[in-house]
Design a protein around this ligand. Structure first.
Ligand SMILES: *Cc1c(COP(=O)(O)O)cnc(C)c1O
Length: 348
């Protein structure tokens, strides 16, 4: 059985968090002379002179309702990047505990672990970009967290549900499923299964489908004990006031978000079709995300040629299992057309 408290670092378990002015009194009417803000106003004509709600109550309530979850199972961070860092800091004793990642995958897991002096166990995805569950479950010594990205970046595919389930059921530690691209996938989110797995953490973000990468807002859904630990160690005002206001506003436009996703999916299919017609393209991997991984003949030279034409894609050719491949974000119809026309005039 998994004991969340025992899994957490001792100092985190025993930590008494900083209590900010807004924690000590949380009514919203009154004369506020407790936080040394500028009582008169701000230099901007917008309502930003007060510290934001450290508990993000209003925003969390809205997100929880929309996602069919509850506030005690939701953590909000300064992007998913903060969530990744806090998970490692809450659960991994530096120089002692480890995380596991499944390359090729998102780079931030390893960077966050490295910053925290936490070792990284790497279990490669299979050549079909699926999980090698046998190797995963054989290499869990000292591993506290396993990061699974699905749909995976940079391979753009969803990882098989049955494999993830096997890990959830057999690993005594946290399994973090990064669903940054879930809105673009035919597969469903793991959110409805949160109740079944006390060791499951689901990460989502406003950066992709919602089109709000700039406001820096990431979400984690998990057992309330996990959420409590993350909340204890976060900066008091980790989600700033402008972000809270804008995200609340954005949540009234779920239809608009769905419409953006539909447009991207249409563009993605058109882009894939066009790419497949090019002689220099060896493989266009199937995509469940808003980008495609494409294997070229001479990827590095294609990349340099595109840069020269001021078209910037992501060179993944040095990444294991992504040899000769570039990662291309789905652009606007116009941008995709320019990309294709440019690739058509390329002479390797
Ligand atoms: C883009 C992306 C994110 C989003 O990170 P934010 O910090 O929320 O912007 C998370 N995970 C993966 C795999 C991504 O590619």
């Amino acid at each position: 059985m998994l004991d969340i408290q025992r899994l957490a670092r001792k100092n985190v378990r025993e930590l008494k968090p900083y209590s900010c002015a807004r924690d000590e009194y949380n009514g919203d009417t009154g004369i506020f002379l407790d936080a040394n803000e500028n009582s008169i106003g701000s230099v901007l004509n917008i309502d930003l002179n007060r510290y934001p709600d450290p508990r993000q109550i209003e925003l969390k309530a809205r997100i929880a309702a929309i996602k069919g979850s509850t506030m005690d199972r939701l953590f909000l961070g300064n992007g998913s990047d903060e969530v990744i860092d806090l998970l490692i800091r809450a659960f991994c004793e530096p120089a002692d505990d480890k995380i596991m990642i499944l390359p090729p995958t998102y780079g931030m897991y390893k960077v966050a672990a490295d910053i925290n002096n936490v070792a990284v166990v790497e279990v490669l995805l299979t050549p079909a970009f699926q999980i090698d569950t046998v190797s995963v479950l054989r290499n869990t010594d000292s591993v506290k967290l396993i990061f699974i990205c699905s749909p995976n970046n940079p391979t753009s595919n969803c990882l098989r549900e049955s494999d993830i389930q096997k890990i959830l059921e057999n690993f005594i530690g946290l399994v973090i499923i990064d669903e940054a691209y879930i809105d673009f996938a035919p597969e469903h989110s793991w959110l409805p299964k949160l109740n079944q797995y006390p060791n499951l953490v689901i990460m989502q973000t406003f950066s992709k489908a919602w089109g709000l990468a700039s406001i820096r807002l990431g979400m984690a859904f998990a057992d309330s004990q996990i959420i409590e630990l993350l909340t204890k160690i976060k900066y008091p005002y980790n989600v700033n006031g402008a972000t809270q206001q804008l995200a609340l506003e954005a949540l009234s436009y779920v239809d608009k978000k769905n419409d953006l996703v539909a447009q991207i999916l249409t563009e993605r299919e058109a882009l894939i079709k066009q790419l497949k017609n090019l002689k220099i393209v060896k493989t266009v991997y199937p995509s469940d995300a808003n980008f495609v991984l494409v294997k070229f003949q001479g990827a590095k030279k294609v990349f340099d040629f595109l840069i020269d034409k001021q078209i910037i894609v992501r060179d993944r050719s040095n990444v294991i299992r992504c040899e000769e491949s570039l990662r291309i974000t789905v652009g606007t119809a116009e941008e995709n057309k320019t990309l294709i026309n440019t690739l058509k005039i390329y002479r390797g």
